[in-house]
Design a protein around this ligand. Structure first.
Ligand code: ATP
Ligand code: MG
Ligand code: MG
Length: 351
C-alpha cells in the first residue's frame, strides 16, 4: 500500500495519521521527541533531529509523499527530503509562512489587506516604524512564534524598549493594532489538479494568546462570507498550493484583514471532525495523495473547545454529555497552556 510521511508527531500529526489510516495509507512519522502523540496511531516513527540529513533521506525513501504538521521545518531538512520525494504543500508555502515579513509582503502583493507593518531589527527601525504606524501596535518575532509567543504589545512609545528586549535580538516585525469586531478563519483545501474547496468560516476566541473556541458558522454577512472564501482561494492559487491551509482573518468595518496563514491542518478546523462528512484531516490526505477532494459541506453547527492544561479535569463530565464528541491526544503530562485535547459540541443541524 501507499505510505505517507509526516514531519512532526504532535496532535495534528496524530489526527492526520488516523485519517490516513482510514483511507488505507500507512503513516511514517518523523519527530525529534521520544514518544510523540502520533506514535500511538502511526505505522512507524523515526526519532531523529531535523538536521540529520541521513535520517531524513531514509525516512523520505520509505514513503511516497511527505507532508508536515508545522511550518517551521528547516530548509536543509526540506532539501534532504525533496531530493527523492515530493513535499506537499510545497516550499513556496513554507517560505511564505515561516517569516511574518515575507508573509505580509506576499499578501499585500496579492492585493489583500493586512495590518500596516514594518521590519524591525533594532531600536532605530522601531522608532521609525512607530512613527509611521503609531500605537497601539504589536511587535512580533518574524519567525518561530505560535500561541502568541514572541509578541509584545506597544500601547504607547514608552513601551518600545521593553518590547524590543522581548524579541531577544531576533529580527522582528511591527504591526499596527487592528480594531477587529471578530476573528474568523477559513480552512481551505486545494487538490493536485488545482481544485479549491473551503469549509465555512468559524469564529475564533483566544485567551492568553491561545485559541479557546471556534464556533461555526461565524456570524457574517453574505458579502463577508463570499469575500473570505474568495481571498482564501486566491492565496492557495497564488502558491500553487496542495493540501489544507488555515487562513486567519480579522473582521473589521473596512473589510476582512488577513492576520496569518498556516500551511497545514489548523486548530480552528477541528470542528470539521464532527461537523462535516470529510474533515480537514481527510481532506489534507486526499489532497496530498492526489485524490479528489470532498466538498467540505457542513451538516452540523459546532462549537469546538480546546482542552488546555487543567481543562482535562472536566473530561469525565464532558464524557457524560451526549452532545459532545471528545478528541484526546494521549499526552500523559498535563502542563499549563498545553493543548491536551478538544471537545466538539453539537449545536444543531446546519440550516
Ligand atoms: P497562532 O497560534 O494562531 O499561530 P501566533 O502566535 O502566530 O498564533 P498571531 O495569530 O499573529 O500569533 O496573534 C495571536 C493573536 O493576537 C491573534 O489571534 C489576535 O487575537 C492578536 N493579534 C495579533 N496580531 C494582531 C494585530 N495586528 N492586531 C490586533 N490583534 C492582533
Ligand atoms: Mg501563527
Ligand atoms: Mg494566529
Amino acid at each position: 500500500g501507499a505510505a505517507i510521511g509526516i514531519l512532526g508527531g504532535g496532535q495534528l500529526g496524530r489526527m492526520l495519521s488516523v485519517a490516513a489510516a482510514r483511507l488505507g495509507f500507512r503513516c511514517h512519522v518523523f519527530d525529534p521527541g521520544g514518544e510523540p502523540p502520533a506514535a500511538d496511531v502511526a505505522h512507524s516513527v523515526t526519532t531523529a533531529r531535523y538536521d540529520d540529513a541521513a535520517a531524513l533521506a531514509a525516512f523520505a525513501a520509505s514513503v511516497d509523499v511527505v507532508t508536515y504538521e508545522f511550518e517551521n521545518i528547516p530548509t536543509a531538512a526540506l532539501d534532504a527530503i525533496e531530493a527523492s520525494r515530493p513535499i506537499r504543500p510545497g516550499r513556496r508555502a513554507l517560505a511564505v509562512s515561516q517569516d511574518r515579513l515575507i508573509e505580509k509582503a506576499f499578501l499585500s502583493e496579492l492585493g489583500l489587506i493586512t495590518a500596516p507593518f514594518a521590519a524591525v531589527d533594532d531600536a532605530v527601525d522601531l522608532a521609525e516604524a512607530l512613527g509611521e504606524i503609531g500605537t497601539p501596535a504589536i511587535l512580533k518575532t518574524r519567525r518561530l512564534g505560535y500561541d502568541g509567543k514572541g509578541q509584545a504589545r506597544i500601547l504607547s512609545p514608552e513601551d518600545a524598549p521593553a518590547a524590543l528586549a522581548a524579541m531577544a535580538g531576533a529580527p522582528a516585525i511591527l504591526e499596527g493594532f487592528v480594531e477587529f469586531t471578530a476573528e474568523i478563519s477559513v480552512i481551505a483545501a486545494r487538490g493536485l489538479s488545482g481544485e479549491v474547496t473551503c469549509y465555512d468560516p468559524g469564529t475564533n476566541v483566544h485567551r492568553d494568546g491561545i485559541l479557546r473556541t471556534t464556533t461555526v458558522p461565524a456570524q457574517l454577512t453574505t458579502a463577508q462570507r463570499t469575500d473570505a472564501v474568495i481571498l482564501a482561494g486566491r492565496i492557495l492559487n497564488a502558491l500553487d498550493y496542495v493540501g489544507v491551509m488555515g487562513v486567519e482573518l480579522f473582521v473589521t468595518d473596512g473589510g476582512l484583514v488577513v492576520n496569518e496563514i498556516a500551511p497545514r491542518v489548523h486548530n480552528s478546523g477541528h470542528w470539521t471532525q464532527d461537523g462535516c462528512i470529510i474533515d480537514q484531516f481527510e481532506q489534507h490526505v486526499r489532497a496530498i495523495a492526489g485524490w479528489p477532494l470532498g466538498d467540505g459541506v457542513r451538516h452540523s453547527d459546532i462549537v469546538m473547545e480546546n482542552l488546555i492544561g487543567e481543562d482535562m479535569d472536566r473530561v469525565p463530565e464532558l464524557a457524560r454529555d451526549p452532545a459532545v464528541a471528545l478528541h484526546l491526544y494521549g499526552k500523559s503530562q498535563v502542563k499549563p497552556g498545553r493543548k491536551m485535547g478538544h471537545a466538539n459540541r453539537w449545536l444543531r443541524a446546519a440550516g
